[in-house]
Design a protein around this ligand. Sequence first.
Ligand code: UTP
Length: 289
Amino acid sequence: MAQKIRKAVFPAAGLGTRFLPATKATPKEMLTLVDKPLIQYSVEEAVASGIESILIITGRDKSSMEDHFDISFELEQVLKERGKDDMLQLVRSVAKLANINYTRQGEALGLGHAIYQAKGFAAGEPFATLLPDDIVDSEKPALKQMIDVFEKYDAPVIATMQIEGEAISRFGVIDAEEVEPNVFKVRDMVEKPPFAEAPSDLAIIGRYIFTPDIFAAIETTKPGAGGEIQITDAMRLLLKDRPFYAVKLDGIRHDAGDKLGFLIATVEFALKRNDLGPEFREFLKGLKF
Ligand code: UTP
C-alpha cells in the first residue's frame, strides 16, 4: 500500500524576475491576490489535501513569509482591545494553518536544486511539492486529486493541464498514455518544445508528488539552461527506472508569477467574492474599451 503523503515542500526561493520591480524587495510569494498572499492559497490547498507538515524553501528577504505564518502578538493585542473579533480570528487562523518549517536555498540554482534542500525534511517519505505561483482554482483541491492517484498507483505523480495551441511551447510537456479518465502513465517529458514537436497538449504545472528516489536523481542531474538544475531533467532520469503518472487536473490554473496571469487571477478571484464581487462586476461592466 502506498505510504500516506503527510509532507509538502514549497519552493519559494526564485528571483521572480518576471515580476520586477515588485519582487525587488518583496518575495513573489507574498504578492496578494485580493487580500491573501499567493503562498497562503497553496498552503491552504495542501492542508485541505491532508498535509500535516510543510517546508518552505526560501531565498533572501523572505522574512515577511515567516512573519505571515507566525503569531503577531502586537497586532492580536490591538485587535482584541478594539473588539475586532472577526479580524482577530482571521489573523490567528493564518498562524494556526499548519506546522511550517523553513530552510534556505542559498543560491537560486534552479527548481531541482531548491527541492533537493528538502532531503532531510522528507526523511525517506514520499512528499508533495507545490509551486506557490501556480494557483489552481478547483472544487476538489488540486493536490488531493493527485494524492488519490498516488495512493492508487504508488508512484510519483505530475500535475498537468491541457494547453491549446502554440502556448504549449512555454511549458514542460508529457508524452503519455491515458490509463483511466484524466490519469496518464508518462512515457517521456520534454521541456519547452517547439509547437510542432510537442508530444501532447498536456503541460506540466507546478504540483508534484515525489518519492524519495528523486534526491539521488537530482544529485546526478547536470546543470542545464542558465546553470540551473532543472527538475524536469531529474524526473527524466528517474523515469528510466520507475513508472511516473500524471493527472489532468480538474480546475483552472493561473500563472500568478506572470503579470498578465496575476491580473487575470485577481479579477476572477475578486468576482467570486461575496463581499466584493457584485460591486466589482458593476464597475467592470461600466468600463469603456
Ligand atoms: P520560476 O520559474 O517561476 O522562477 O520558478 P522564478 O525565479 O521564481 O521567477 P522568474 O521566472 O524569474 O520570474 C518556479 C518556482 O521555483 C522556485 C520559485 O520560487 C517558484 O516557486 N525556485 C526557482 C526556487 O525555489 N529556486 C530556484 O532556484 C528557482
